[in-house]
Design a protein around this ligand. Structure first.
Ligand code: HEM
Length: 508
């Protein structure tokens, strides 16, 4: 009797699996899009979900080697088309209709809700418009003081480990600095993460951005109901951390709203405008103010709307810049010629006294540093994959990608393709001088993605990286100490061995 029941359930499951996958399977076959052998229901899930974060990029490289510049993969219920083909990038990234994110982004939803990173359609469009002005290069001047001051705290914090012989996992320090910058720029509050790394909001954010990507790679945690059942402690931790983050953001929004309302009542309120930076206004513009002033369809945003966007910026603007800056410092430490050239440029443009604050226009003169950052983001692509989701069949050149497929572009792989970047594993900032590397093929270089859904914080992030890197180099010589990188995929690129450098104070 049990055997009959189990056989019946199995037959039903197989039939259900066959029916729901049929269109996708036949379309892939028709257009000769191949990939690793898949079994019913599980697809390649067992293999893919047992890889571990360190093995994902080598696994993908192996697949591209075997199947060419694109392949398909079934992971349980998710059908994925991976591509490193620049022609696909062009079609996908420049599309104004294919804007929905891949299924994997659902792991971001518990803490990002339906904010700008994950939302779609009219909602995304309206919010994106609100933010566009906030990242105008003229507005960025407002953030310079925040970046410079926090870079100063960073070099102070590094002093106690800068003995010229101890390897330092630089990400541990840099990520607190980038957290201080983004919290102040997004919310206008100082959490002093560098001085108080145990601040509850900071601890909660740190844990959430580790727990959630870890879940992508474990069958037992992939689905919310299984996760709460099989990992109840971790699930409780996640729920409690998200509550801590929400409470903190709510409190900041409430305080800021009250301040604005009080200022309106006593007549001292002056709405912030794009031109403020140009006119030399010292008022500090933060993203939160832009959201408090914004209207969509003549309606102001609710506190819940504002919170979700602030959380999105806290996530998108922190780990990325922290990882990018740390990878750059790592690469500089291991290339003494590059370090020397960079240091000379920094002293020439910014002067001998490392404590002098920098300006945006000075940073824009650091052309070689620009190339070093670009080369860092090529070789160590901080966002290794960018995803989309097809809600209907999508024509891509000669082939068709069926509806209900997640598409992942893999700039990490394209950036290492010798067709576009000769000698791809060598760190060579010079390839970006005079735009040489960028001219190979539009879209071959896309560390910030491209098209309508590109990174809105690209200029902010680059400015911040320049500010942090130049400050560290003005105070310290970087040394090639500690373990080498072991790239690890965890929403963004990390390293399981840390991002290690040595530091020796410069004679000032
Ligand atoms: C080195 C630093 C950074 C890198 C490499 C980077 C990279 C990216 C990439 C590749 C995307 C597209 C993601 C996707 O389509 O799934 C993206 C989106 C985004 N980034 Fe960045 N980012 C960086 C810094 C920042 C900063 C500093 C901010 C904010 C202050 C920011 C805010 C955003 C937002 C809001 C989006 C979503 C845009 C949209 O969907 O309309 N990013 N970023």
């Amino acid at each position: 009797m049990w055997l009959t029941f189990i056989t019946g359930v199995l037959v039903l499951l197989l039939a259900w699996d066959f029916v729901r996958k049929r269109h996708r399977v036949t379309t892939f076959k028709k257009f000769k899009i191949t990939g690793p052998l898949s079994v019913p229901i599980l697809g390649c899930g067992i293999q893919a979900l047992s890889l571990g974060a360190e093995n994902i990029m080598p696994y993908m490289a192996g697949m591209f080697n075997k199947y060419g510049k694109s392949f398909r993969l079934w992971v349980l219920d998710e059908c994925i088309y991976y591509t490193m083909d620049v022609k696909d990038y062009e079609n996908i990234l420049s599309s104004t209709t294919l804007l929905e994110k891949g299924q994997i982004y659902r792991f971001m939803r518990p803490f990002l809700n339906d904010g700008i990173l994950v939302s779609k359609g009219k909602k995304w469009h309206a919010r994106r418009k609100v933010f566009t002005n906030a990242f105008h290069f003229k507005v960025l001047e407002h953030y310079m003081e925040i970046m410079d001051r926090n870079s100063g705290v960073l070099v102070e914090k590094l002093r106690k480990v800068a003995d010229g012989k101890t390897p330092v996992d630089i990400l541990q320090y840099v990520s607190l600095a980038t957290l201080d910058v983004i919290t102040e720029a997004a919310m206008g509050v100082q959490v002093n993460a560098q001085n108080d790394p145990d601040f509850p909001y900071i601890k909660a954010l740190e844990r959430v951005v580790y727990i959630q990507p870890g879940r992508m790679l474990k069958f037992s945690q992939r689905y919310d109901w299984l996760f709460s059942l099989l990992a109840p402690r971790l699930h409780r931790q996640l729920v409690s951390d998200i509550r801590v983050m929400n409470d903190f953001t709510d409190k900041v929004i409430h305080e800021r709203r009250t301040t604005v309302e009080r200022a309106k009542a006593d007549g001292s309120y002056r709405p912030l405008a794009l031109g403020d930076a140009e006119t030399g206004s010292k008022s500090k513009l933060v993203l939160l103010d832009i959201l408090l002033q914004a209207t969509i369809n003549n309606e102001p945003l609710s506190d819940a709307d504002i919170r979700e966007e602030v959380d999105n910026f806290m996530f998108a603007g922190n780990d990325t810049t922290g990882s990018g800056t740390s990878h750059a410092l790592y690469a500089i430490a291991r290339n003494s010629r590059i370090q020397q050239r960079l240091f000379e440029e920094i002293v020439e443009v910014l002067g001998q006294d490392p404590s002098t604050p920098v300006t945006q226009s000075q940073l824009s003169e650091l052309k070689y540093l620009d190339c070093v950052i670009k080369e860092t983001l090529r070789l160590h692509t901080i966002v290794p994959t960018v995803g989309r989701y097809t809600t209907k069949d999508l024509v891509l050149g000669e082939k068709v990608i069926p509806a209900n497929t997640s598409i992942y572009l893999v700039p990490y792989a394209t950036h290492r393709d010798p067709e576009y970047f000769p000698d791809p594993l060598t760190f060579k900032p010079e390839r970006f001088l005079e735009g040489e590397a960028e001219s190979h093929a539009t879209f071959a270089y896309a560390p910030f993605s491209a098209g309508p859904r590109n990174c809105i914080g690209q200029k902010f992030g680059t400015l911040e990286m320049k500010c942090l890197i130049s400050k560290v180099l003005r105070y310290y010589e970087l040394l090639p100490l500690g373990k080498e990188l072991r790239p690890m995929m965890n929403f963004i690129l990390r390293s399981s061995t840390g991002i290690n450098v040595g530091l020796r104070p410069r004679k000032l």
